[in-house]
Write a protein that binds this ligand. Structure first.
Ligand code: PGA
Length: 244
């Protein structure tokens, strides 16, 4: 599988002009990258505009930061998987810790994953332990619970389009990335549960540490938050992976 690098812009930037500038700088900087899949996940409101201005067909692709589990109806504020699919979106992040903090449960995540797979989107399921769970030695227990509940009742066949992202909550946006050997141990643990699925790492990834997560810790790519808002830094991250 080609390495997969996902930019999670979260709730940024605040104008369309900035979103276009950021998107176009990244697209230009990575236009000759062949062996890597780059996905940008902007806020929903910038989606159509960025798709319309998408200068290159190969990279970057567009992904969403979340979706709902019903196709259409009276669900104020929600966005359905079929809407995303019809726009040309290919990937969707589901169960990010920042959404879990707002009340999203494993059961809701399970419904979202199922709906996204049925719509032929590729869901990126985020799992990860908090600082407290880590210091209590509960990392593996938490990951097992999150994976089992989020993937409950999914058929083996539908697993093919699924991607897992290990995102330790304490490493997200903290400038304190998970050490390579710890990340590798967790990667191996998750792999025992999900077998052949691609596993990404997320949490304070930058151009200095990106390569090691692929080369040494054996992840298939990553989710980049803060560093994806700086086009030059994000391009360096992508290029560091292409080198490996
Ligand atoms: P970060 O965010 O790179 O800013 O730590 C990663 C994420 O939230 O997916």
């Amino acid at each position: 599988m080609k390495p997969l690098i996902v930019a999670n812009w979260k709730m940024n930037p605040s104008t369309l002009a900035e979103a276009k500038r950021l998107f176009n700088s990244v697209a230009k900087g990575i236009k000759n990258i062949g062996r890597t899949e780059v996905v940008i996940c902007p806020p929903f409101v910038w989606f159509s505009n960025l798709l319309a201005s998408k200068p290159y067909t190969l990279n970057p692709k567009l992904g969403a930061q979340d979706c709902f589990w019903v196709e259409s109806g009276a669900y104020t504020g929600e966005i359905s998987p079929i809407m995303l699919k019809n726009l040309g979106c290919k990937y969707v992040i589901i169960g990010h810790s920042e959404r879990r903090k707002l009340g999203e449960t494993d059961e809701m995540i399970n419904k979202k994953i199922k709906a996204a797979l049925e719509t032929k989107l590729k869901p990126i399921l985020c799992v990860g332990e908090t600082e407290e769970e880590r210091s209590d030695g509960k990392t593996f227990e938490v990951l097992t619970r999150q994976l089992e509940r989020s993937l409950n009742y999914l058929s083996n066949k539908s697993f093919r389009n699924l991607i897992i992202a290990y995102e330790p909550v304490w490493a997200i946006g903290s400038g304190n990335p998970c050490g390579i050997s710890e990340a590798k141990a967790v990667n191996l643990f998750i792999r025992k549960i999900v077998k052949n699925l691609p596993i990404l790492y997320g949490g304070s990834v930058n151009s200095q540490n990106a390569e090691s997560y692929i080369k040494e810790a054996k992840f298939q790519g990553f989710i980049v938050g803060g560093a994806s808002l700086n086009p030059q830094e994000f391009i360096r991250i992508v290029k560091s992976v292409v080198k490996t």
